[in-house]
Design a protein around this ligand. Structure first.
Ligand code: GLA
Length: 364
């Protein structure tokens, strides 16, 4: 019996830049998905979960397609299907999944299941697994099998996270470097709206299309750039559509904030980093329009706590989670005040937990 673990992730800054060819700065977190693998004799894989009653037994010689009825097992099925397509050997086994990562909350629980499945299955037969390759492989499964047209950030962060470090991912070149995320007496809090995210898929695709359209228009006069993150603020007037202008202003300004964030983190200037988080949230709220009443309430309330350096939504938006960087002495006050205010405004109970920058996928 062998055990593997893949973490969730939060993005510190650089939102909605991955599919625009920019650089993003996520951390893998200390919550995630564990897979326990037990070899079997017959040519089958059995998928079970300690958190879902639904389970599935598949014959490895069958073909699989996405099917809503397969519930959470669509993620491991997508991985198995793609491994087979690429002629990787798969050992018959039972995999039991266990998770302490809230699902559907924007903390990349699906990427964690994909990465841990692929890593666990490949570990049975292959000596060395190339992690950037693994991230791209799993992203492709999410795009093609699951049908979610996400960028590379989530799978990459889940695969390559590193304890006490953020991951600066160049989503155009698909490589990374580590940036120390040493926050001393400060704490990174995740604030979960607990809001069901119904609009997320359609709105996510809408933003992607708006960015593609904006790049197409900019290309008519500025053919030198390869992606939207390389555009210049001075070019905004090429776009005569006000909505597209705001979308592109977010993309360009967010890329500048990522560049600045990397500089200030290298000098451990957490105050400036916090201000960049606040500015990022304002841009996602006003220009990119992917926040919402629930996320804004959490973020604005957290920002008012003395000792909170910054707060912002993280991930795709439209619900999900926000993060806050706060001094350890102010954590209790933040949790109490934000929870009370959030409940009074939304009628929902939020969840707030501390998380730590942690390692990516590993064998336990
Ligand atoms: C989701 C997607 C990512 C990324 C973020 C927004 O998490 O899966 O690829 O686009 O939204 O930054």
């Amino acid at each position: 019996m062998k055990k593997y673990f893949a973490p969730g992730r939060v993005n510190l800054i650089g939102e909605h830049l991955d599919y625009n060819g920019g650089t993003v700065l996520p951390v893998a977190i200390n919550l995630g998905v564990t897979a326990t693998v037990q070899p079997l004799q017959e040519n089958v894989v059995v998928l079970r979960s300690n958190t879902h009653s639904f389970s599935k037994r598949i014959d490895l010689s069958d073909e699989f397609h996405f099917d809503k009825a397969n519930d959470w097992t669509n993620y491991p099925l997508g991985i198995i299907s793609q491994l087979k397509n690429e002629n990787h050997a798969i050992q018959p086994c039972e995999i039991i999944f266990e998770s302490n990562l809230p699902e559907g909350s924007g903390l990349s629980s699906s990427a964690a299941v994909e990465i841990v499945t692929a890593f666990a299955l490949l570990s049975q037969t292959e000596k060395q697994i190339n992690l950037p390759w693994l991230a791209v492989f799993c992203k492709q499964v999410e795009n093609d099998f699951i049908g979610v047209k996400c960028g590379i950030m989530d799978q990459y962060a889940v695969a390559l996270g590193k304890k006490n470090n953020a991951l600066l991912i160049d989503c155009d070149k698909v490589n990374h470097r580590y940036i120390p995320f040493d926050i001393g007496d400060y704490r990174l809090l995740v604030m979960n709206t607990k809001k069901p995210r119904s609009l997320i898929l359609s709105k996510y695709n809408e933003r992607k299309q708006e960015c593609e359209e904006a790049l197409r228009i900019i290309h008519t006069t500025k053919s030198e750039i390869e992606n939207l993150c390389q555009a210049d603020m001075l070019w905004l007037n090429i776009l005569n559509n006000e909505v597209l202008k705001r979308r592109v202003r977010h993309v360009i300004s967010e890329q500048l904030r990522v560049n600045e964030a990397v500089k200030v983190l290298q000098h451990n200037d957490l105050s400036t980093f916090g201000r960049l988080m606040n500015a990022s949230h304002a841009s996602l709220k006003n220009d990119y329009e992917v926040s919402g009443m629930e996320l804004d309430t959490l973020v604005e309330c957290a920002q008012q706590i003395g000792g909170c350096l910054g707060a912002r939504m993280t991930g795709a938006g439209f619900g999900g989670c926000a993060i806050a960087l706060v001094h350890s002495s102010a954590v209790e006050e933040l949790v109490t005040k934000v929870s009370e205010k959030y409940f009074a405004v939304t009628g929902l109970a939020c969840e707030i937990y501390e998380c730590k920058a942690s390692d990516g996928v590993k064998c336990l």
